[in-house]
Design a protein around this ligand. Structure first.
Ligand SMILES: CO[C@H](O)c1c[n+]2c([nH]1)[C@H](O)[C@@H](O)[C@H](O)[C@H]2CO
Length: 453
């Protein structure tokens, strides 16, 4: 904060400040106490899939250290905590029998959060499909919509009155683009034909869960999308066309059907013969009204026309004039403002939004030095993106909260533990947690409602 900005970035009363994680990335003990395997247990134990051969077998050991981590959240002044449930911990086969020890873990976690005045925001699905369902086709099997709604019902009923904000699915695009199109993520398939089918079933499952929530649940439900705004590399028509294809394949593929608009026209051009039509009744199910929408936001892209680039025939041009994080993502806070304004418009300005993930990976030392972890780049990223978020609110965007990604350094999927996103450092040899300078700043931001920015 400087004297001239003192108080300029105060956030609205009731704005919800939190941090986010996901089950497979932090819990460890993924097969303990009756849990079933997920596709990430299989994928991470398949040689060649994971950097340094890392797995989620231990991760942040959160399954055992959850009490300690709730105390950490208190020290960070968190008002909310966004976490996901491991479907196969709760239902080892994905359907039918419930694992009592599995659901008890989440029962204790939710009660522990509430006891500390921290609001639980629960994501039903953050990529870790039960392996037993993958054996039955997983997201390629249309029955998964009912399997997912049944799973959701178990949680809606168990946590009725305690969990009031639900997210159905984290990032349909990453599930499908990573898991079925490019194969970089579990279950590691590479087929545009499968991607279209899986994507459609992910959306149908979301709709079925929302419908079931309206029957048995209580509170608010929504979905979480990753949106990466696309800016054309030049004013050449072919670059604008490439931008539109990239935007359709990442940002509109799932948003448009959720908004009742069906798939974007450009998807036919992107997927060609792999594109397929689906019955209207599916789209009616998918476009079930929801109560809120989550935005996961990290960066933007500047695509140019690239006829050889599959499947969008576009390729991002590196913006060397800007800083880039350890994951190679350009740092561009104003693009967050643009995205929030765009999403506000795309959702008709009627759907409350929440930034459900935002953060950055930088090199941090493997252990604390003098009890501190200095992470100046993450401090700057956090400050500037909160200012950009504040700017969007100033432009009339209805944003209700911000969940920093992530509470803890954790398993960055196939990149293993090589990329650290946490506002809290984890020494993976000792499991010692150390709040980073970025976490100390965030605690002050929360305490001052942004006044410290
Ligand atoms: C492609 O960027 C996405 O918005 C995105 C970034 N991230 C995500 N989605 C996932 O939701 C998290 O599990 C990742 O750990 C996190 C950091 O990579």
């Amino acid at each position: 904060m400087t004297t001239e900005t003192a108080g300029k970035y105060l956030f609205p009363e009731g704005f919800l400040w939190g941090a986010a994680t996901a089950a497979y990335q932090i819990e460890g003990s993924s097969m303990a106490d009756g849990a079933g395997a997920s596709i990430w247990d299989r994928f991470s134990h398949t040689p060649g899939n994971m950097k340094d051969g890392d797995t989620g077998d231990v991760a942040c050991d959160h399954y055992k250290r959850w009490r300690e981590d709730i105390q950490l959240m208190k020290r960070l002044n968190l008002q909310a905590y966004r976490f996901s449930v491991s479907w196969s911990r709760v239902m080892p086969e994905g359907r039918g029998a419930i694992n009592p020890k599995g659901i008890d873990f989440y029962d204790r976690l939710v009660d522990g959060l509430l006891e500390q005045g921290i609001e639980p925001l629960c994501t039903l699905y953050h990529w870790d499909l039960p392996a037993a369902l993958d054996d039955r086709g997983g997201w390629l099997n249309p029955d998964i919509a009912d399997w997912f709604a049944d799973y959701g019902q178990v949680l809606f009923e168990k946590f009725k009155g305690r969990v009031k904000t639900w997210g159905t699915i984290n990032e349909p695009w990453v599930i499908v683009d990573g898991g079925y199109l490019h194969g970089a993520l579990a279950p590691g398939h590479r087929s545009a034909f499968e991607a279209m089918i899986a994507g459609h079933n992910v959306l149908r499952a979301h709709g079925a869960a929302v419908k079931r929530f309206r029957q048995v649940g209580e509170g608010k439900i929504g979905i979480v999308l990753n949106i990466e705004p696309k800016y054309p590399a030049s004013d050449k028509p072919e670059d604008e066309a490439a931008r539109r294809r990239a935007e359709a394949q990442m940002n509109r593929w799932f948003l448009d059907p959720l908004m009742g608009r069906g798939y974007p026209e450009e998807l036919k051009d992107v997927y060609g013969e792999a594109y397929r039509e689906f019955p209207q009744e599916d789209f009616d199910l998918i476009a079930q009204p929801t109560d809120w929408m989550g935005l996961n936001w990290y960066t933007r892209a500047v695509p140019e026309n690239a006829p050889d680039a599959w499947p969008t025939r576009s390729r991002p041009v590196k913006q060397v004039q800007h800083a880039h994080t350890e994951t190679g993502w350009e740092v561009n806070p104003p693009a967050l403002t643009d995205t929030l304004v765009w999403l506000h418009e795309q959702t008709g300005g009627k759907l409350p939004l929440m930034v459900t993930e935002n953060g950055s990976a930088w090199y941090d030392p493997p252990h604390a030095i003098d009890g501190r972890i200095h992470d100046p780049m993450r401090v700057e990223y956090l400050k500037n993106h909160l200012k950009a978020l504040h700017d969007a609110i100033g432009k009339g965007v209805d944003v209700r909260g911000y969940m920093a990604w992530s509470l803890l350094d954790n398993l960055e999927w196939s990149l293993g533990y090589s990329k650290r996103f946490g506002i809290t450092h984890v020494n993976f040899q000792t499991q010692e947690r150390t709040i980073k300078d970025s976490g100390l700043l965030y605690a002050e931001v929360i305490k001052t409602h942004g006044g410290v920015l």
